[in-house]
Design a protein around this ligand. Sequence first.
Ligand code: HEC
Length: 297
Amino acid sequence: MNLIYKTGATIFLFLCTSFLAVSQDFPPWDAPESASKVQNPVESNKESLEAGKAFYNAACKACHGEKGRGDGLIKAANLTTEKFLLQTDGAIFWKMQTGRGQMLSFKASPPEQIWSVINYVRNLSAKKAIIAKRNAIVQLAINKQSGSKEVTAKILELTSDKQQVPLENIKVSFFAKRYFGNMAVAVDAPHSTDANGETTITFPDGIIGDENGALTIVASIDDMDFNPAETSEQVSWGLENPKNYWTERRSLWKNNDYVPIWLLITFAGGAITVWSFIIYVMFQIMKIKLIGDKLKK
Ligand code: HEC
């Protein structure tokens, strides 16, 4: 009986503490009044929101989550609650510069970037009016002559009267297609279209293709005013991916046949350890049973 009470109490306590740990909110955090009065000097326009989004995804998303709900890798503040949104941009700016606990201080980041990320965070929870996005298409032109490896993407708007109009100043991203996700190429600078709706990159050397060196190039746009669009085309500019099992270098990002040896050994070692333990336990149980049978006799 005693044991049942003890077990019950332990389980109850365990449940209580885990519930507390989950429901525990961060203690109140107020910015000084002088900081709250500071105005956001950066207008919340497309340029600022795009800059804010890039900074958010690189520096905040891991903790605060994709949509700012505080549900990233660690529990972080929810940036979409009414309580959060009621504070001024100045107060948020101050908190981002000051930091607390696991919230880093972003004092080293340019103020403009911080103001932009604040614009973006506010935009995350704004009740967005459903704005019909415009449609665009991506075309790829590949210069196969003279080994120049030039790739030109052309972005055209599909207007409501079925016209195709070149779009200026649209950012284009280029990728090499991979099994899992695509690998960005030519990331040295943003590539925006010119007055003809075109932007050209030189495709980099040294990218591994399939056994014949074939690669798929993908060009895509991710613009707030347009629906996502992409197109792809195959070229033979990749390095040949040799089929030879023993000479090809093994890497984590390759398929099962090219698993690194250390990973194989670690995995096999882990599996063997676990199985030996299970077999050992079964053996011990059998022993107990045999002893029990003997005693009964
Ligand atoms: C390492 C994880 C981590 C990163 C990275 C991070 N935060 Fe935080 N953030 C937290 C945590 C945890 C809190 C809660 C701190 C507290 O209240 O003690 C917090 C709190 C905040 C707050 C204050 C919320 C309030 O109570 O008013 C703001 C604003 C904020 N973060 C914005 C950002 C922005 C913007 C970025 C990116 C530029 C960022 N954070 C990056 C973990 C992080």
